[in-house]
Design a protein around this ligand. Structure first.
Ligand code: TXA
Ligand code: MG
Length: 329
């Protein structure tokens, strides 16, 4: 367990944000690469560091729901209900934007995504800074998100000078995104907070995402991808395929939930936690470790189909779709 950032480091980071510099910081989902959301020049640096296309909007992180009015207008009762239930926490709301929100943040859309993170270091940074912090996940475009400060250094090296350490992210996968800019709220990205929990808080059913937007490029098929080709399959096929690939002289990495691994050379096997929370917590660190193992393929056992695994299945499907792709989103 790494030591969390000190008050002095947090104050210095807040000053760097005010000076238009980038600051990477922990949240309960994944690490974010932050910039002053009211400063378009600073926000552009985020896109440059990530190699992210300028039309992919960023989430504005704020200290509490009272700051919603600084970024969004016509906030509907449904959004207030979700904020009251899940903030601070791993939920992002897409709302009609205030005219003052820079186009650099929203990708020129007429909506803005807002989230109140619960991580104590994120909270301390937001309070010290005072304003909104625009932050995508702290990884290069299309790559696996960072869940530790070491991952952020791995992604950006010296390009991001300030990385606040808050230990390993609790949740481990990105926030649930709900679009509240239309009459009926819709799920744009599954996350740890499930659709059922959202519907319970709303007291009504989620709708289908609006055909004409808002766009959530995190929904691109290729995303969250390691560089080693990743194949998703049912559990009983994993050992079988691992055997046959190793026999062909390949090196194979496996992410499965069983500890019963075949005794083979050239096989790197990670037994992931059997519960969804533990699996999500470790997911990106495990994918990074397997990606670094120098294998020809990563075989991943398909997780169960129940609701708790929805977001994990979503991320794994995108990682598989992005196999070896350099242009991923
Ligand atoms: O857990 C998280 O959400 C993390 C932490 C750092 O907060 N952030 C994160 O950011 O995952 P990013 O940029 O990797 O993903 C944000 C997603 C993208 O898919 C983006 O398209 C979507 O949010 N998004 C942002 N603004 C939007 C908007 N106005 N309308 C629709 N989608 C939006
Ligand atoms: Mg991301």
């Amino acid at each position: 367990m790494t030591a969390a950032a000190s008050q002095t480091e947090i104050r210095r980071a807040a000053q760097q944000l005010k000076a238009g510099e980038l600051v990477a910081f922990p949240t309960e989902t994944v690490y974010g690469l932050g910039a002053d959301a009211s400063n378009p020049e600073a926000v552009r640096k985020v896109f440059a560091a990530k190699g992210r296309p300028a039309d992919h909007p960023l989430i504005v992180h704020v200290a509490d729901a009272a700051q919603l009015a600084d970024w969004a207008r016509d906030v509907p009762p449904a959004a207030h209900a979700l904020a009251a239930t899940f903030w601070p926490g791993p939920l992002t709301l897409v709302l009609k934007r205030n005219p003052n929100v820079p186009d650099a943040v929203t990708g020129g859309q007429d909506t803005v995504a807002v989230r109140v993170p619960s991580h104590p270091v994120a909270q301390a940074l937001l309070h010290a800074f005072g304003g909104g912090i625009a932050a995508p996940s702290a990884n290069r475009f299309g790559r696996v998100s960072a869940t530790t400060a070491a991952h952020v250094h791995e992604e950006f090296g010296d390009a991001v000078a300030c990385v606040l350490d808050g230990g390993a992210a609790d949740v481990g996968i990105e926030s649930t995104i709900v679009d509240c800019s239309h009459d009926i709220p819709a799920l744009l990205r599954p996350g740890w907070i499930t659709p059922q929990q959202i519907e319970t808080a709303l007291g009504s059913l989620l709708g289908a995402p609006a055909a004409r937007g808002p766009r959530a490029p995190g929904m691109l098929d290729k995303h969250y991808a390691p560089q080693t080709p990743l194949l998703l399959m049912e559990g009983d096929l994993v050992a079988e395929l691992a055997h046959s690939l190793v026999r062909q002289g390949k090196r194979v990495a496996v992410l499965a939930r069983t500890r019963l691994q075949p005794l083979l050379d050239n096989l790197r096997w990670i037994a992931a936690p059997a519960d969804a929370a533990g699996y999500a917590h470790d997911l990106y660190a495990n994918l990074r470790a397997l990606d670094h193992a120098g294998c020809d393929a990563i075989l991943v056992e398909q997780p169960p189909e129940d609701a708790a695994w929805l977001a994990i299945r979503d991320r794994l499907a995108r990682a598989a779709a992005g196999s070896g792709a350099a242009e991923a989103g």
